[in-house]
Design a protein around this ligand. Structure first.
Ligand code: PEP
Ligand code: CO
Length: 455
């Protein structure tokens, strides 16, 4: 049995992070309404509950043992404009469809976690952006400022924290309703938009897989004698980068009859690659919350630092508490991943390995468009799967930036998006996302890999 989680984290309080250097925080004009806004936020009802959070942690512990698989995905950044029914429904739909494909291939239950209902703050490599000699604060997500290049839009505004909280609430409310009401699209894989499949060298495999999903669903419906309601009553969890620490702090609370402090703004917050400094404010804040947490890790993380992060963030070695979301890029994954896996395994650390094949594979075309190549994304995913398996560990999840729409932001895939196509429907303000077809294809290829490894 894993040890009982510690409830009283030494030297920690929801504000203890304030004594540490906090990277990537907005600078508000003085005077500002931040204190009054945070007071309001701290009073408003939570977005999620501690029961749901504990349920997710339990499921992530199962994934750490290889009994489940984590699918985490959504936009790089949500924006207030896209808080509308069709955008939310199509994101939910693609994640559900991908998860059915992965269940079919992996023969294990899938944990579905959206990058939504709170993914409104972004780290930026430059604090300022300069255009034609004019410098303004960088756009840091709709929770902080606006993308338009004017001083008014770029000045951080505390009232946006409340707008973000409200939109997160609206989003999660709609998602809960859709799920409770049953999401009919799932029952008919033959209606999924899979026309691109014909252009793939794996067309026959894909078709077989989708047909067998249809057969399994129909079989279960026959057994149940009615619509397989259980299929619709799936769990769905939310996640976002816990970047803006005052916002996260305002939603961090104690709950009746349960020890510890829960960040009730989301089920599964993660620390970004740029804010994971061991002595920084983010690690300090995260070490004290009871949620399951993720840490993005990139090529600069040494095995010694990885162990130190694990000791600080999961001192009880509780399975399900800590997920490493690794994002090395296709060129570096084979060099960077093995020493980390070996170090953690040799110290008996329970960690869930979740591959983010997006953030190490961002490139800029000669026409200055930020993109990612399908082939690099797939390579990093397959290499991670193989490396972890060869070293006695396992790939426990995948973290993907996607949209349910057919945008043209990433290059490649069977649907054949080329570099020249990028300008056709490029909508993201931040990172390029896989479109519906590309995301489904990644799920099909990953499912195929999982199925092949079961033989
Ligand atoms: C992100 O997930 O959008 C992001 C900024 O990732 P990372 O912290 O891995 O760079
Ligand atoms: Co991103």
């Amino acid at each position: 049995m894993p040890p009982e989680p510690k409830t009283d984290v030494a030297g920690w309080s929801p504000t203890s992070w304030q004594a540490k250097p906090a990277a990537q925080q907005p600078v508000y004009p003085v005077p500002n309404d931040l204190p009054a806004t945070l007071q309001q936020l701290a009073k408003l009802p939570p977005l999620v509950t501690s029961w749901e959070i504990e349920n997710l942690k339990h499921q992530l512990a199962e994934a750490t043992r290889g009994e489940r698989f984590l699918l985490q995905g959504g936009d790089c950044s949500e924006n207030f404009e896209d808080c509308e029914s069709s955008a939310i429904a199509s994101k939910l739909k693609i994640l559900l469809q991908m998860s059915l494909v992965l269940v079919q291939g992996g023969k294990k239950r899938v944990i579905r976690v959206g990058r939504f209902a709170g993914q409104y703050a972004k780290p930026r490599s430059e604090a300022a952006e300069t255009r034609n000699g004019v410098s303004l604060p960088s756009y840091r997500g709709d929770m902080i400022n606006r993308p338009g290049f004017t001083l008014a839009e770029r000045t951080p505004d505390p009232s946006l924290l409340l707008r973000a909280y409200e939109r997160s609430g609206l989003t999660i409310n709609f998602i809960r309703s859709l799920i409770d009401g049953g999401f009919a699209d799932l029952h008919h894989p033959e209606y999924w938009e899979l026309g691109f499949v014909d252009n793939s060298p794996h067309a026959a495999d894909y078709t077989r897989m989708v047909e067998s999903i249809g057969e399994s669903l129909r079989f279960m419906e026959t057994l149940a004698g009615a619509v397989a309601a259980d299929i619709n009553r799936v769990d769905f969890f939310t996640s976002h980068e816990g970047l803006h620490l005052y916002y996260e702090q305002a939603q961090t609370r104690q709950v009746p009859r349960r020890p510890g402090w829960y960040n009730l703004s989301t089920h599964f917050p993660w620390i970004g690659e740029r804010t994971r400094a061991l002595n920084g404010a983010h690690v300090e804040f995260f070490r004290g919350i009871a949620n399951p947490i993720g840490v993005k890790i990139g090529p600069t993380l040494t095995p010694a630092d990885a162990l130190a992060l694990v000791e600080t963030l999961n001192p009880q070695n509780e399975p399900g508490r800590l997920t490493f979301i690794h994002r090395f890029g296709a060129r570096q994954v084979e060099k960077c991943l093995p020493p980390l896996v070996d170090a953690l395994r040799s110290h008996g650390k329970h960690i869930l390995w979740c591959c983010d094949p997006m953030h190490g594979n961002t490139e800029t075309t000669k026409n200055h468009i930020k993109t990612r190549r399908f082939d690099n994304i797939l390579f990093e995913l397959e290499a991670s799967y193989r490396i972890l398996k060869d070293r006695g560990a396992h790939l426990g999840g995948v973290h993907i930036e996607l949209t349910g729409d057919n945008v043209t932001e990433c290059i490649g895939g069977a649907s054949g998006v080329t570099e020249a196509d990028l300008t056709r429907d490029y909508r993201t303000f931040l990172d390029p996302r896989l479109n519906y077809e590309q995301a489904m294809e990644i799920a099909l290829l990953l499912a195929r890999l999982m199925a092949q490894n079961q033989k």
